[in-house]
Design a protein around this ligand. Structure first.
Ligand code: IVH
Length: 668
């Protein structure tokens, strides 16, 4: 890059960063993720390092961030509130340890780790134990006074206890944040009143802290963790750990997950553990802050203009990202429901490439006002399916038209309509091949007839070539027919035929679920199967007989009735019987509800039961089967190679049992 090119790029970067600083600090409405911002900043720093003569006094690197608003009184921090240097890998953490060793040869280091709260840095001044002033971090040098708003934080004492209360003047620092539960509550309220929701708890907290009326802040409950005391060494503390203890003793809240780590291996283990637990924290943490424990070492290591040399942040994988909507497609489900899906410019999120997100239904598209070409914020938390948080409207291309839902089925071109009172548009053509494909796929899915190898590609070909027109056709397929299909050798054709044949005896519960009757999932299928014992009897049952079954309401009864009122569906029963599918089930007295009211979670591999079998056992005996451990879990069933769920159980005091104990409980 020439000097001229560099000058040009530097001025662009500075302009962009200033703009985002303004949105972030003054408007509290950022348009880009922290990651995207960090990338801009890193590019600026790199370029300025290459061309030091082009550094200007007003560059964001010289000031860290922009001007605080004049609504709140500016406060100059006595000691600058620095940032932290970042790492993202264990190797980088080891490099940090190596840097420490080089800086203080011969010294041994121990550390304190704590969650890096994704909130807002604040500085609080207590005079003789009374809270006299609280300020935001601002640009690190000058913040804004927000004392009345901070006083609304219930966990923040306005009077201290203990030793810190005796000091004439002490500054403590920490992070203000909004607990996830509060954030979700507020967003629900905003959504109900048709207002724009907050993209994340951090933005919600920033909005709350900067309310002009403290009463408004109080309605948006915040919380705080403290982690720094200005006079720690004057008080005779020798370690950061003691500082945390002193904060706690004076009534200030510190993070209960803070831990002392004897060496870098322990630090790395802590980081892995916390990242695995991050959904259970109740607040957003975007990483771990690793600090050298000995205060004397901290003093000798000192700081750069930007960050202390004795601390570093280990950043978790990002969960939010911005990308562009390239198109809005419509998928056709097994019941003909049309689901809009945003096709995205592919983007990496927490280690996975995201190419599309469901937009659920027409109302959702309208509420979020998603348009083709829009820049959108997407999120993927833990195992949760990625979703679209919001559109960044400021980046909308001029003239982008609002999305109009199609009134034709994209698969068959048939008429589509949105029935009164429903959220979904539906394809009204019963012969729509897309519906058949969806239904076939559901039929073969793991929780239904469990037909291995019946994947999307195969179903696609079977329908397109007219080999399968309804479920019963599956059972007539021959190895020769299948072997002619694409990507299908004779061996795999044989496997498919065997898998289909093996599904004949799955039983009535699975069959009823597999039929794809609206509102009939596993639970209802089971109720119907145990009550009637035979598919034909279910099909013949009048609506009131169905509605009388405990657990089946009038709506479900109507839906079952409507399904079997169709001549084609009644014919299907006969056809299934003809190809040898078992349509009955022993009406065995329902299993005793020995597990009623109890919630179970399974982790690891159990000696005899598969995960599905364990689920069936629990549900058959009236218990609930959950996938994540919470305080409401009664038992965690642990098998071999159990994962973090076993740790969760220990942490939450949930009873841990093995398979034998589960079987004993079920037996009563
Ligand atoms: S210690 C000298 N501990 O992260 C800097 N910071 O990226 C010491 N933060 O400005 C900071 N949780 O606002 C520290 N447990 C924690 C933190 C934490 C969040 C924030 C803080 C800081 C920013 C740096």
């Amino acid at each position: 890059m020439t000097r001229d090119d560099a000058a040009q790029r530097l001025s662009e970067l500075r302009e962009q960063i200033r703009h985002h600083d303004y949105l972030y600090y003054v408007e509290a409405r950022p348009e880009i993720t922290d990651d995207a911002y960090d990338r801009l900043m890193r590019e600026l720093v790199d370029l300025e390092t290459q061309f030091p003569e082009l550094v200007t006094p007003d560059s964001p690197t010289q000031r860290v961030a922009g001007t605080p608003t004049d609504v709140f009184k500016p406060v100059e921090h006595r000691v600058a509130m620095l940032s932290l240097d970042n790492t993202t890998t264990p190797d980088q953490l080891r490099e940090f340890a190596a840097r420490l060793k080089r800086a203080l040869p011969g010294a041994a280091f121990s550390y304190v780790c704590e969650p890096k709260i994704d909130g807002l840095g604040v500085a609080l001044v207590y005079e003789r134990g009374r809270l006299v002033r609280g300020a935001t971090r601002g640009d690190g040098r000058v913040g804004e006074e927000i004392t009345p708003n901070l006083k609304t934080i219930k966990s923040l004492p306005v009077r201290l206890r203990g030793r810190l209360a005796e000091l004439d003047d002490v500054e403590v620092r920490g992070e203000v944040f909004m607990p996830r539960a509060e954030f979700e509550k507020i967003n629900r309220q905003l959504e109900e009143s048709g207002d724009t929701t907050f993209a994340n708890p951090r933005n919600a907290a920033a909005g709350a802290v900067r309310q002009k009326d403290p009463a408004a802040t109080a309605r948006r409950p915040l919380d705080v963790f403290l982690y720094h005391v200005s006079l720690a060494d004057t008080l005779g503390f020798t370690s950061y750990w003691e500082t945390l203890e002193a904060l706690r003793a004076s009534g200030l809240k510190t993070n209960p997950r803070a831990e002392r780590c004897a060496d870098m291996d322990a630090v790395i283990a802590y980081c892995a553990r916390l990242e695995a637990d991050r959904d259970g924290l109740g607040y957003d943490a975007d990483g771990v802050v690793v600090k050298v424990d000995a205060l004397e070492q901290q003093r000798r290591l000192g700081a750069t203009a930007h960050h202390p040399r004795w601390a570093i942040a280990f950043k978790f994988a990002a969960r939010q990202a911005t990308t562009i909507v390239q198109a809005i497609d419509v998928n056709v489900g097994k019941s003909g429901a049309l689901t809009p899906v945003a096709k995205l410019e592919p983007v990496e999120l927490a280690g996975v490439t995201i190419r599309n997100v469901s937009l659920h239904n027409e109302d959702e598209v309208r509420r979020k006002d998603v348009r083709v070409g829009d820049t959108v914020l997407i999120e993927r938390a833990g195992d949760v399916i990625p979703y679209l948080v919001q559109v960044i409207t400021a980046k909308r291309l001029e003239g982008a038209p609002p999305y109009v839902f199609p009134d034709r089925c994209p698969a068959c071109g048939g008429h589509a309509a949105r029935p009164e009172g429903e959220v979904y548009w539906r394809c009204m053509n019963a012969a729509c091949p897309a519906q058949l494909k969806g239904r076939l796929q559901h039929f073969g899915s793991r929780r239904a007839m469990d037909i291995e190898h019946l994947g999307e590609g195969l179903v696609e070909q079977l329908v397109d070539r007219g080999l399968v027109r309804d479920f019963s056709d599956l059972y007539r397929l021959t190895v020769e027919q299948l072997a002619e299909l694409e990507r299908m050798a004779e061996k795999s054709a044989r496997n498919v035929v065997t898998a289909i044949a093996g599904s004949r005896e799955r039983g009535l519960t699975r069959l009823l679920n597999a039929l794809g009757i609206r509102m009939v999932g596993e639970r209802v299928a089971q109720l119907l199967a145990t009550h009637f014992g035979d598919l034909q009897t279910v099909a013949d049952a009048p609506e009131d007989a169905l509605a009388q079954i405990h657990g089946i309401g009038p709506e479900i009864a109507r839906s079952v009735r409507a399904f079997f009122a169709e001549e084609e569906n009644r014919a299907l029963i006969t056809k299934l019987r003809e190809v040898g599918v078992v349509t009955t089930q022993e009406r065995a007295a329902p299993a005793a509800h020995t597990l009623a009211g109890k919630t179970f979670v399974v982790t690891g591999t159990l000696p005899t039961l598969s995960r599905e079998a364990a689920r069936e056992l629990v549900q058959k005996h009236g218990g609930r089967f959950a996938s994540a451990v919470s305080k409401k879990t009664d038992y965690v069933v642990v098998g071999e190679a159990a994962g973090s769920k076993a740790d969760d159980a220990r942490r939450l005091g949930v009873k841990i049992i093995d398979e034998a104990e589960l079987l004993a409980l079920a037996a009563g």
